[in-house]
Write a protein that binds this ligand. Structure first.
Ligand code: SF4
Length: 232
């Protein structure tokens, strides 16, 4: 039977301190994640920066698969701020009612479209502060949009990135902002553009929260997490 690498100890809190990684080890971790997924991509479907922004806003506390099911028909009729405003809040709410918090999200998306037209000529701004002033847009959403739509080397810290950063000893911050700041320091420049995708996909498919699939992990030998499951 497989066992945790420190079964007699309490599980490490993801906010606990771990010994920092040597730069060469960080390089090796990201080299292997890159080798495994040379062209990592997000799983939200979109057509342009505006639909990406809307998809990310809708994805808060929802799965990408669930969001994609709703946005396929939605973006077919409303893929610009102008068309979204013309669609209106009532019809938008109906089209996204399968997504959690859909009432608030519909309100935010309509207001967001209105503000993009009023303040940014109908374009999504390539600027974190401007993005974060839009309704429903926090730092994580702004980082995702800057990274995917504009190719900026931002690292968006979601629940997966937060967990993996701790398990792999890359960043020990207590908040997503602290983890993001630390990752921006320790992740070598050549990996920064795709770092959050590699960490998200690793967390989603391999290093899962409750039962990580350590036997499939490409950085197994470099992992010092008490959550690592040793083969028998
Ligand atoms: S060895 Fe296990 S706990 Fe460590 S990073 Fe890989 S999947 Fe996660």
């Amino acid at each position: 039977m497989a066992k945790r690498s420190s079964a007699h100890k309490p599980a490490q809190k993801t906010t606990g301190k771990a010994k920092s990684r040597a730069p060469a080890e960080v390089f090796e971790i990201f080299s292997r994640l890159r080798q495994q997924r040379p062209e990592p991509e997000g799983e939200l479907e979109y057509r342009n920066p505006f639909t990406l922004l809307v998809a990310v806003v809708l994805s808060a506390q929802a799965t990408d698969v669930g969001v994609n099911k709703a946005t396929g028909p939605l973006f077919a009729v409303a893929d610009t701020p102008e068309k979204m405003l013309a669609l209106g809040e009532d019809r938008l709410r109906e089209m996204i009612r399968t997504i959690g918090l859909y009432r608030t999200k519909a309100k935010n998306v309509i207001e967001l479209a209105r503000r993009l037209i009023a303040d940014h000529g109908g374009k999504v701004p390539r600027d974190r502060e401007a993005l974060m002033k839009l309704p429903g847009v926090g730092r994580k959403t702004a980082n995702v949009v800057l990274n995917i739509a504009f190719g900026e080397p931002t690292i968006a810290v979601d629940t997966h990135v937060f967990r993996i950063a701790h398990r792999l000893g890359l960043a020990n911050g207590k908040t997503p902002e602290e983890v993001e700041a630390r990752l921006n320091v320790v992740v070598p420049a050549e990996f920064r553009r795709h770092a959050h995708h590699w960490l998200i996909l690793h967390g989603r498919y391999v290093c899962q929260a409750r039962k990580p699939k350590c036997e499939q992990c490409v950085v197994f030998d470099l992992c010092r997490s008490p959550d690592r499951i040793l083969p028998v």
